[in-house]
Design a protein around this ligand. Structure first.
Ligand SMILES: *Cc1c(COP(=O)(O)O)cnc(C)c1O
Length: 487
Protein backbone atom coordinates (compact mmCIF):
# COMPACT_ATOMS: atom_id res chain seq x y z
CA UNK A 1 0.00 0.00 0.00
CA UNK A 2 1.28 3.45 -0.89
CA UNK A 3 1.18 5.84 2.03
CA UNK A 4 -0.38 8.92 0.42
CA UNK A 5 0.58 11.17 3.30
CA UNK A 6 4.32 10.62 2.93
CA UNK A 7 6.14 13.46 1.18
CA UNK A 8 8.44 12.25 -1.56
CA UNK A 9 12.08 13.13 -0.97
CA UNK A 10 15.24 13.84 -2.94
CA UNK A 11 18.91 14.39 -2.15
CA UNK A 12 18.98 17.60 -4.16
CA UNK A 13 19.67 20.76 -2.14
CA UNK A 14 16.73 22.74 -0.85
CA UNK A 15 18.18 25.85 -2.42
CA UNK A 16 20.56 25.56 -5.39
CA UNK A 17 21.79 29.13 -4.96
CA UNK A 18 22.87 28.46 -1.38
CA UNK A 19 24.80 25.44 -2.62
CA UNK A 20 26.55 27.59 -5.19
CA UNK A 21 27.73 29.93 -2.43
CA UNK A 22 29.05 27.05 -0.36
CA UNK A 23 30.58 25.43 -3.44
CA UNK A 24 32.50 28.60 -4.27
CA UNK A 25 33.75 28.73 -0.71
CA UNK A 26 34.97 25.13 -0.98
CA UNK A 27 36.87 25.99 -4.15
CA UNK A 28 38.43 29.04 -2.48
CA UNK A 29 39.45 27.05 0.61
CA UNK A 30 40.95 24.22 -1.44
CA UNK A 31 42.91 26.51 -3.73
CA UNK A 32 44.18 28.55 -0.76
CA UNK A 33 45.26 25.30 0.87
CA UNK A 34 47.23 24.19 -2.18
CA UNK A 35 48.68 27.63 -2.93
CA UNK A 36 50.19 27.80 0.56
CA UNK A 37 51.39 24.21 0.86
CA UNK A 38 55.07 25.19 0.92
CA UNK A 39 54.51 27.36 4.00
CA UNK A 40 53.52 24.37 6.11
CA UNK A 41 55.58 21.38 7.21
CA UNK A 42 55.04 18.25 5.10
CA UNK A 43 53.65 16.14 7.95
CA UNK A 44 52.05 16.52 11.33
CA UNK A 45 50.99 13.33 13.05
CA UNK A 46 47.36 13.01 14.13
CA UNK A 47 46.96 13.82 17.81
CA UNK A 48 44.37 12.36 20.14
CA UNK A 49 42.09 15.34 19.91
CA UNK A 50 42.04 15.10 16.13
CA UNK A 51 41.32 11.38 16.27
CA UNK A 52 38.29 11.99 18.50
CA UNK A 53 36.68 13.92 15.65
CA UNK A 54 36.38 10.60 13.82
CA UNK A 55 34.81 8.62 16.63
CA UNK A 56 31.36 10.18 16.45
CA UNK A 57 28.14 8.17 16.31
CA UNK A 58 26.45 7.63 12.94
CA UNK A 59 24.04 10.50 12.20
CA UNK A 60 20.51 9.24 11.64
CA UNK A 61 19.08 12.68 10.97
CA UNK A 62 20.48 15.44 8.71
CA UNK A 63 23.34 17.58 10.01
CA UNK A 64 23.42 19.52 6.77
CA UNK A 65 26.12 20.14 4.22
CA UNK A 66 27.36 23.28 6.01
CA UNK A 67 28.07 21.26 9.15
CA UNK A 68 29.61 18.36 7.22
CA UNK A 69 31.87 20.73 5.33
CA UNK A 70 32.74 22.61 8.51
CA UNK A 71 33.81 19.36 10.15
CA UNK A 72 35.90 18.43 7.11
CA UNK A 73 37.54 21.83 7.14
CA UNK A 74 38.34 21.62 10.83
CA UNK A 75 39.16 17.94 11.03
CA UNK A 76 40.92 17.28 7.74
CA UNK A 77 41.84 20.39 5.77
CA UNK A 78 42.86 22.39 8.83
CA UNK A 79 45.12 19.65 10.16
CA UNK A 80 46.51 18.45 6.84
CA UNK A 81 50.01 19.75 6.36
CA UNK A 82 50.55 18.71 2.79
CA UNK A 83 52.00 15.21 2.71
CA UNK A 84 52.38 14.21 -0.93
CA UNK A 85 51.27 17.62 -2.18
CA UNK A 86 54.25 19.19 -0.38
CA UNK A 87 57.39 20.19 -2.31
CA UNK A 88 59.55 18.07 0.03
CA UNK A 89 57.55 14.87 -0.04
CA UNK A 90 59.70 12.16 -1.64
CA UNK A 91 58.52 8.94 0.02
CA UNK A 92 57.61 5.71 -1.84
CA UNK A 93 56.26 6.69 -5.29
CA UNK A 94 53.46 9.12 -4.59
CA UNK A 95 52.45 11.84 -7.00
CA UNK A 96 51.48 15.40 -6.08
CA UNK A 97 48.41 16.05 -8.19
CA UNK A 98 47.49 19.58 -9.28
CA UNK A 99 44.86 22.13 -8.29
CA UNK A 100 43.59 22.12 -11.86
CA UNK A 101 43.29 18.34 -11.69
CA UNK A 102 41.11 18.69 -8.61
CA UNK A 103 38.77 20.97 -10.55
CA UNK A 104 38.67 18.46 -13.40
CA UNK A 105 37.67 15.80 -10.88
CA UNK A 106 34.78 17.97 -9.73
CA UNK A 107 33.56 18.28 -13.30
CA UNK A 108 33.92 14.53 -13.87
CA UNK A 109 31.94 13.56 -10.81
CA UNK A 110 29.44 16.34 -11.54
CA UNK A 111 28.64 14.81 -14.92
CA UNK A 112 28.81 11.44 -13.16
CA UNK A 113 29.10 9.64 -16.46
CA UNK A 114 28.89 5.87 -16.32
CA UNK A 115 28.10 4.35 -19.67
CA UNK A 116 29.72 1.11 -20.76
CA UNK A 117 30.18 2.29 -24.32
CA UNK A 118 28.29 4.01 -27.09
CA UNK A 119 28.37 7.32 -28.94
CA UNK A 120 28.83 9.54 -25.90
CA UNK A 121 31.43 12.29 -25.64
CA UNK A 122 33.08 10.84 -22.49
CA UNK A 123 33.52 7.46 -24.23
CA UNK A 124 35.10 9.20 -27.20
CA UNK A 125 37.32 11.13 -24.78
CA UNK A 126 38.69 7.93 -23.21
CA UNK A 127 39.30 6.52 -26.69
CA UNK A 128 41.10 9.74 -27.59
CA UNK A 129 43.32 9.57 -24.51
CA UNK A 130 44.15 5.92 -25.24
CA UNK A 131 45.03 6.83 -28.84
CA UNK A 132 47.39 9.51 -27.51
CA UNK A 133 49.05 6.96 -25.23
CA UNK A 134 49.44 4.48 -28.08
CA UNK A 135 51.20 7.24 -30.00
CA UNK A 136 53.46 8.21 -27.09
CA UNK A 137 54.64 4.64 -26.47
CA UNK A 138 54.79 3.61 -30.12
CA UNK A 139 52.04 1.02 -30.00
CA UNK A 140 50.45 0.03 -33.34
CA UNK A 141 46.99 1.13 -34.47
CA UNK A 142 45.53 -2.27 -33.65
CA UNK A 143 46.46 -1.94 -29.98
CA UNK A 144 43.88 -1.50 -27.24
CA UNK A 145 43.86 -0.08 -23.75
CA UNK A 146 41.90 0.77 -20.67
CA UNK A 147 42.07 3.39 -17.95
CA UNK A 148 42.02 1.74 -14.52
CA UNK A 149 42.48 2.66 -10.88
CA UNK A 150 46.21 2.07 -10.46
CA UNK A 151 49.39 0.36 -11.55
CA UNK A 152 48.49 -2.76 -9.58
CA UNK A 153 45.29 -3.25 -11.54
CA UNK A 154 46.94 -2.24 -14.80
CA UNK A 155 49.60 -4.93 -14.26
CA UNK A 156 47.01 -7.54 -13.28
CA UNK A 157 45.17 -6.97 -16.57
CA UNK A 158 48.38 -7.26 -18.57
CA UNK A 159 49.42 -10.53 -16.90
CA UNK A 160 45.88 -11.91 -17.30
CA UNK A 161 45.92 -11.25 -21.05
CA UNK A 162 49.41 -12.76 -21.27
CA UNK A 163 48.31 -15.90 -19.45
CA UNK A 164 45.08 -16.41 -21.42
CA UNK A 165 46.73 -15.70 -24.77
CA UNK A 166 49.73 -17.97 -24.20
CA UNK A 167 48.01 -20.81 -22.34
CA UNK A 168 47.21 -22.83 -25.45
CA UNK A 169 43.92 -23.99 -23.94
CA UNK A 170 40.69 -22.27 -22.88
CA UNK A 171 41.66 -21.02 -19.42
CA UNK A 172 38.42 -19.08 -19.00
CA UNK A 173 36.41 -22.28 -19.35
CA UNK A 174 38.72 -24.91 -17.92
CA UNK A 175 40.68 -23.01 -15.30
CA UNK A 176 44.37 -22.94 -14.55
CA UNK A 177 44.21 -26.45 -13.08
CA UNK A 178 43.69 -27.82 -16.59
CA UNK A 179 47.14 -26.67 -17.72
CA UNK A 180 48.99 -29.71 -19.08
CA UNK A 181 52.29 -28.14 -18.00
CA UNK A 182 52.98 -25.71 -15.17
CA UNK A 183 52.94 -22.19 -16.65
CA UNK A 184 55.85 -20.07 -15.39
CA UNK A 185 56.79 -16.43 -15.73
CA UNK A 186 59.91 -14.40 -15.02
CA UNK A 187 60.90 -11.06 -13.57
CA UNK A 188 63.78 -9.69 -11.55
CA UNK A 189 64.03 -9.80 -7.77
CA UNK A 190 63.28 -6.04 -7.91
CA UNK A 191 59.80 -6.57 -9.40
CA UNK A 192 56.96 -4.78 -7.60
CA UNK A 193 54.80 -6.88 -5.29
CA UNK A 194 51.70 -6.20 -7.39
CA UNK A 195 53.02 -8.79 -9.84
CA UNK A 196 53.14 -11.36 -7.01
CA UNK A 197 49.54 -10.51 -6.23
CA UNK A 198 48.55 -10.86 -9.90
CA UNK A 199 50.25 -14.26 -10.02
CA UNK A 200 48.42 -15.31 -6.86
CA UNK A 201 45.03 -14.06 -8.07
CA UNK A 202 45.36 -15.74 -11.46
CA UNK A 203 45.87 -19.06 -9.74
CA UNK A 204 49.39 -19.45 -11.09
CA UNK A 205 50.96 -19.63 -7.64
CA UNK A 206 54.01 -17.73 -6.49
CA UNK A 207 56.23 -20.71 -7.15
CA UNK A 208 55.52 -20.15 -10.83
CA UNK A 209 57.07 -16.70 -10.65
CA UNK A 210 60.81 -17.06 -11.17
CA UNK A 211 62.73 -14.21 -9.54
CA UNK A 212 65.88 -13.60 -11.54
CA UNK A 213 68.83 -11.89 -9.83
CA UNK A 214 69.97 -8.36 -10.67
CA UNK A 215 73.43 -6.95 -11.13
CA UNK A 216 75.03 -4.09 -9.19
CA UNK A 217 72.95 -1.76 -11.35
CA UNK A 218 69.73 -3.45 -10.11
CA UNK A 219 68.83 -4.49 -13.67
CA UNK A 220 67.80 -8.04 -14.42
CA UNK A 221 70.68 -10.35 -15.36
CA UNK A 222 69.77 -11.26 -18.91
CA UNK A 223 72.04 -14.33 -19.02
CA UNK A 224 70.52 -15.70 -15.83
CA UNK A 225 67.04 -15.18 -17.30
CA UNK A 226 67.90 -17.09 -20.46
CA UNK A 227 69.44 -19.92 -18.47
CA UNK A 228 66.35 -20.19 -16.29
CA UNK A 229 64.00 -20.29 -19.28
CA UNK A 230 66.10 -23.06 -20.88
CA UNK A 231 66.15 -25.00 -17.64
CA UNK A 232 62.37 -24.75 -17.19
CA UNK A 233 61.70 -25.79 -20.77
CA UNK A 234 64.00 -28.78 -20.35
CA UNK A 235 62.13 -29.70 -17.16
CA UNK A 236 58.84 -29.84 -19.10
CA UNK A 237 57.37 -26.58 -17.79
CA UNK A 238 55.70 -23.93 -19.94
CA UNK A 239 57.38 -20.52 -19.75
CA UNK A 240 54.85 -17.96 -20.99
CA UNK A 241 55.80 -14.45 -19.93
CA UNK A 242 58.62 -12.13 -18.89
CA UNK A 243 57.83 -9.08 -16.77
CA UNK A 244 60.26 -6.25 -17.43
CA UNK A 245 60.75 -3.29 -15.13
CA UNK A 246 60.78 0.23 -16.50
CA UNK A 247 61.64 1.98 -13.25
CA UNK A 248 61.91 -0.24 -10.17
CA UNK A 249 60.43 1.01 -6.95
CA UNK A 250 63.58 0.47 -4.89
CA UNK A 251 66.17 2.22 -7.02
CA UNK A 252 64.51 3.49 -10.22
CA UNK A 253 66.55 1.09 -12.38
CA UNK A 254 65.44 0.04 -15.86
CA UNK A 255 65.75 -3.46 -17.28
CA UNK A 256 67.17 -3.78 -20.77
CA UNK A 257 63.84 -3.82 -22.62
CA UNK A 258 65.46 -4.45 -26.02
CA UNK A 259 67.29 -7.54 -24.79
CA UNK A 260 64.19 -8.84 -23.04
CA UNK A 261 62.04 -8.29 -26.15
CA UNK A 262 64.56 -10.26 -28.22
CA UNK A 263 64.52 -13.13 -25.73
CA UNK A 264 60.73 -13.20 -25.64
CA UNK A 265 60.43 -13.18 -29.41
CA UNK A 266 63.00 -15.96 -29.74
CA UNK A 267 61.41 -18.09 -27.01
CA UNK A 268 57.78 -17.36 -27.93
CA UNK A 269 56.99 -15.62 -24.63
CA UNK A 270 54.77 -12.64 -23.88
CA UNK A 271 56.66 -9.52 -22.82
CA UNK A 272 54.86 -7.39 -20.25
CA UNK A 273 56.41 -4.22 -18.86
CA UNK A 274 55.62 -2.65 -15.51
CA UNK A 275 56.28 1.00 -16.21
CA UNK A 276 54.23 2.32 -13.28
CA UNK A 277 56.21 5.53 -13.12
CA UNK A 278 59.23 4.82 -15.33
CA UNK A 279 57.34 4.40 -18.60
CA UNK A 280 57.26 8.19 -18.67
CA UNK A 281 61.01 8.29 -19.19
CA UNK A 282 59.78 7.98 -22.79
CA UNK A 283 58.89 11.68 -22.85
CA UNK A 284 61.90 13.02 -20.93
CA UNK A 285 64.96 14.57 -22.56
CA UNK A 286 67.97 12.39 -21.84
CA UNK A 287 65.87 9.69 -20.15
CA UNK A 288 64.58 8.25 -23.44
CA UNK A 289 67.37 5.66 -23.86
CA UNK A 290 66.29 4.05 -20.56
CA UNK A 291 63.12 2.75 -22.24
CA UNK A 292 64.57 1.86 -25.63
CA UNK A 293 62.42 -0.97 -26.99
CA UNK A 294 59.24 -0.02 -25.10
CA UNK A 295 57.48 0.24 -28.48
CA UNK A 296 57.99 -3.50 -29.08
CA UNK A 297 56.44 -4.94 -25.91
CA UNK A 298 53.21 -6.97 -25.84
CA UNK A 299 51.66 -5.12 -22.92
CA UNK A 300 52.50 -2.09 -20.83
CA UNK A 301 51.14 -0.89 -17.48
CA UNK A 302 51.67 2.67 -16.28
CA UNK A 303 50.24 5.20 -13.86
CA UNK A 304 49.16 8.75 -14.48
CA UNK A 305 48.95 9.52 -10.77
CA UNK A 306 52.68 9.15 -10.13
CA UNK A 307 55.01 10.71 -12.67
CA UNK A 308 52.32 12.55 -14.62
CA UNK A 309 51.28 14.34 -11.42
CA UNK A 310 47.56 13.72 -12.00
CA UNK A 311 45.14 13.31 -9.09
CA UNK A 312 44.48 9.80 -7.78
CA UNK A 313 43.49 7.45 -9.11
CA UNK A 314 44.26 6.73 -12.73
CA UNK A 315 46.48 4.29 -14.56
CA UNK A 316 46.46 2.55 -17.93
CA UNK A 317 47.08 -0.81 -19.57
CA UNK A 318 48.01 -0.99 -23.22
CA UNK A 319 47.80 -4.30 -25.10
CA UNK A 320 49.52 -4.71 -28.45
CA UNK A 321 46.76 -6.78 -30.13
CA UNK A 322 43.19 -5.78 -29.34
CA UNK A 323 41.80 -9.28 -29.90
CA UNK A 324 44.01 -10.73 -27.14
CA UNK A 325 42.65 -8.10 -24.78
CA UNK A 326 39.00 -8.54 -25.81
CA UNK A 327 39.15 -12.33 -25.65
CA UNK A 328 40.37 -12.21 -22.05
CA UNK A 329 37.56 -10.09 -20.60
CA UNK A 330 34.56 -9.92 -22.94
CA UNK A 331 31.27 -11.11 -21.41
CA UNK A 332 27.82 -10.11 -22.66
CA UNK A 333 25.11 -11.27 -20.26
CA UNK A 334 21.43 -10.86 -21.20
CA UNK A 335 20.92 -7.96 -18.83
CA UNK A 336 23.33 -5.80 -20.83
CA UNK A 337 20.49 -5.80 -23.39
CA UNK A 338 21.06 -3.70 -26.48
CA UNK A 339 24.41 -2.51 -25.21
CA UNK A 340 25.69 -6.05 -25.69
CA UNK A 341 25.59 -5.67 -29.46
CA UNK A 342 28.71 -3.48 -29.37
CA UNK A 343 32.12 -3.74 -27.81
CA UNK A 344 32.02 -2.21 -24.34
CA UNK A 345 34.66 -0.76 -22.07
CA UNK A 346 33.99 -3.58 -19.63
CA UNK A 347 35.11 -6.02 -22.35
CA UNK A 348 38.66 -4.90 -21.60
CA UNK A 349 38.80 -5.17 -17.82
CA UNK A 350 37.06 -5.93 -14.55
CA UNK A 351 34.91 -2.92 -13.84
CA UNK A 352 31.39 -2.59 -15.18
CA UNK A 353 30.54 0.69 -13.47
CA UNK A 354 33.47 3.02 -14.06
CA UNK A 355 33.87 6.66 -13.28
CA UNK A 356 34.87 9.32 -15.78
CA UNK A 357 38.64 9.01 -15.28
CA UNK A 358 39.67 10.29 -18.66
CA UNK A 359 38.61 13.90 -18.04
CA UNK A 360 41.48 14.89 -15.75
CA UNK A 361 43.94 13.20 -18.11
CA UNK A 362 42.54 14.90 -21.19
CA UNK A 363 42.35 18.30 -19.47
CA UNK A 364 45.84 18.01 -18.01
CA UNK A 365 47.37 17.14 -21.39
CA UNK A 366 45.45 19.93 -23.10
CA UNK A 367 46.35 22.52 -20.48
CA UNK A 368 50.08 21.82 -20.32
CA UNK A 369 50.92 19.92 -23.49
CA UNK A 370 53.01 16.74 -23.50
CA UNK A 371 56.32 18.60 -23.81
CA UNK A 372 55.88 20.30 -20.47
CA UNK A 373 55.34 16.93 -18.79
CA UNK A 374 58.49 15.75 -20.57
CA UNK A 375 60.45 18.67 -19.15
CA UNK A 376 59.13 17.93 -15.64
CA UNK A 377 60.16 14.26 -15.91
CA UNK A 378 63.62 15.43 -16.93
CA UNK A 379 63.64 18.04 -14.14
CA UNK A 380 62.95 15.36 -11.53
CA UNK A 381 65.81 13.23 -12.88
CA UNK A 382 68.10 16.27 -12.87
CA UNK A 383 67.10 16.94 -9.26
CA UNK A 384 67.95 13.32 -8.37
CA UNK A 385 71.37 13.78 -9.98
CA UNK A 386 71.80 17.05 -8.09
CA UNK A 387 71.02 15.29 -4.81
CA UNK A 388 73.40 12.45 -5.72
CA UNK A 389 76.09 15.09 -6.32
CA UNK A 390 75.53 16.61 -2.88
CA UNK A 391 75.76 13.15 -1.32
CA UNK A 392 79.01 12.34 -3.15
CA UNK A 393 80.74 15.40 -1.72
CA UNK A 394 79.44 14.82 1.84
CA UNK A 395 81.87 12.67 3.81
CA UNK A 396 79.07 11.63 6.23
CA UNK A 397 76.86 10.33 3.44
CA UNK A 398 77.15 7.62 0.80
CA UNK A 399 75.10 6.44 -2.15
CA UNK A 400 73.88 2.84 -1.96
CA UNK A 401 72.80 2.39 -5.60
CA UNK A 402 73.46 4.01 -8.97
CA UNK A 403 71.01 6.83 -9.77
CA UNK A 404 69.50 5.84 -13.11
CA UNK A 405 66.43 8.06 -13.02
CA UNK A 406 64.52 9.82 -10.24
CA UNK A 407 65.32 7.64 -7.20
CA UNK A 408 68.25 8.19 -4.84
CA UNK A 409 69.18 5.58 -2.22
CA UNK A 410 71.79 6.63 0.30
CA UNK A 411 72.66 6.52 3.98
CA UNK A 412 74.43 8.26 6.78
CA UNK A 413 77.78 6.58 7.16
CA UNK A 414 80.05 6.18 10.15
CA UNK A 415 83.34 4.45 9.38
CA UNK A 416 83.93 1.60 11.80
CA UNK A 417 80.34 1.32 12.99
CA UNK A 418 78.97 -2.24 12.53
CA UNK A 419 76.32 -2.67 9.80
CA UNK A 420 73.62 -3.50 12.34
CA UNK A 421 74.15 -0.26 14.24
CA UNK A 422 74.33 1.68 11.01
CA UNK A 423 70.99 0.22 9.93
CA UNK A 424 69.50 1.10 13.29
CA UNK A 425 70.79 4.65 13.07
CA UNK A 426 69.53 5.20 9.53
CA UNK A 427 66.14 3.65 10.24
CA UNK A 428 65.42 6.55 12.60
CA UNK A 429 66.27 9.27 10.11
CA UNK A 430 62.98 9.45 8.14
CA UNK A 431 60.97 9.92 11.36
CA UNK A 432 63.42 12.54 12.59
CA UNK A 433 63.12 14.51 9.34
CA UNK A 434 59.37 14.37 9.76
CA UNK A 435 59.62 15.53 13.36
CA UNK A 436 61.85 18.43 12.31
CA UNK A 437 59.14 19.43 9.82
CA UNK A 438 61.66 19.14 6.98
CA UNK A 439 60.73 16.42 4.53
CA UNK A 440 59.12 13.07 4.09
CA UNK A 441 61.26 10.31 2.66
CA UNK A 442 60.97 6.53 2.93
CA UNK A 443 63.46 3.75 3.52
CA UNK A 444 64.16 0.35 2.05
CA UNK A 445 66.73 -2.43 2.26
CA UNK A 446 69.33 -2.93 -0.43
CA UNK A 447 71.47 -6.04 0.00
CA UNK A 448 70.77 -5.98 3.70
CA UNK A 449 71.66 -2.34 4.15
CA UNK A 450 69.06 0.15 5.28
CA UNK A 451 68.79 2.84 2.62
CA UNK A 452 67.22 6.26 2.89
CA UNK A 453 65.16 6.57 -0.24
CA UNK A 454 64.20 9.74 -2.09
CA UNK A 455 61.88 9.37 -5.06
CA UNK A 456 61.13 12.56 -6.96
CA UNK A 457 57.76 12.53 -8.72
CA UNK A 458 57.05 16.04 -7.56
CA UNK A 459 56.56 19.08 -9.78
CA UNK A 460 56.84 21.43 -6.77
CA UNK A 461 60.36 20.46 -5.62
CA UNK A 462 63.20 22.91 -6.13
CA UNK A 463 66.98 22.43 -5.89
CA UNK A 464 67.10 24.32 -2.58
CA UNK A 465 64.79 21.67 -1.14
CA UNK A 466 67.51 19.06 -1.67
CA UNK A 467 70.16 21.33 -0.14
CA UNK A 468 67.97 21.54 2.95
CA UNK A 469 67.43 17.77 2.99
CA UNK A 470 71.13 16.95 2.90
CA UNK A 471 71.91 19.38 5.70
CA UNK A 472 69.15 17.97 7.88
CA UNK A 473 70.07 14.32 7.23
CA UNK A 474 73.60 15.11 8.40
CA UNK A 475 72.15 16.80 11.48
CA UNK A 476 69.81 13.89 12.21
CA UNK A 477 72.58 11.33 11.71
CA UNK A 478 74.92 13.18 14.06
CA UNK A 479 72.17 13.45 16.68
CA UNK A 480 71.45 9.72 16.47
CA UNK A 481 75.13 8.88 16.69
CA UNK A 482 75.46 10.96 19.83
CA UNK A 483 72.40 9.30 21.35
CA UNK A 484 73.71 5.83 20.56
CA UNK A 485 77.09 6.72 22.04
CA UNK A 486 75.40 7.73 25.28
CA UNK A 487 72.95 4.80 25.34
C1 LIG B 1 53.61 2.11 -7.58
C2 LIG B 1 54.06 0.96 -8.38
C3 LIG B 1 53.18 -0.06 -8.72
C4 LIG B 1 51.77 -0.10 -8.23
O1 LIG B 1 51.02 0.96 -8.76
P1 LIG B 1 49.78 1.56 -7.93
O2 LIG B 1 49.29 2.66 -8.79
O3 LIG B 1 50.32 2.03 -6.61
O4 LIG B 1 48.80 0.45 -7.78
C5 LIG B 1 53.65 -1.07 -9.52
N1 LIG B 1 54.92 -1.08 -9.97
C6 LIG B 1 55.80 -0.12 -9.64
C7 LIG B 1 57.19 -0.18 -10.17
C8 LIG B 1 55.41 0.95 -8.85
O5 LIG B 1 56.27 1.90 -8.50
Amino acid sequence: MVDERRVEETLDPENWDDLKVLGHKMVDDMIDHLASVRQRPPVMPINEQMAVAFMKPLPLEPEGIEKAYGDFKGGVLGTHMGLNTHPRFWGWVVGTGTAQGALAEMLATGINFNMPGGPFAPVLMETQVLEWFKGIFGFPRGASGLLVGGGSEANLLGIAVARNTKAGFDVRRMGQAAAPKRMVLYGSTETHVCIDKAVQLLGLGEESFRKIPVGDDYRIKVDALEAEIRKDKAAGLQPFCVVGNAGTTNTGSFDDLEALTDICQREGLWFHVDGAFGAWATIGGNTKPLVKGIDRVDSLAFDLHKWMYMPFDVACTLIRREEDHFKTFAEHPDYFGNAATMKLRTDYGLQVSRYFRSLKVWMGLKEHGLNKYGRLVQQNCDQAQYLAGLIRVSPELELLAPVASNVVCFRYRVPGLPEEALNELNSKVPMMLMGMGVAMISDTRLRGRLALRVCVVNHRSRREDFDLLVGKVREAGAMMLQKMGKG
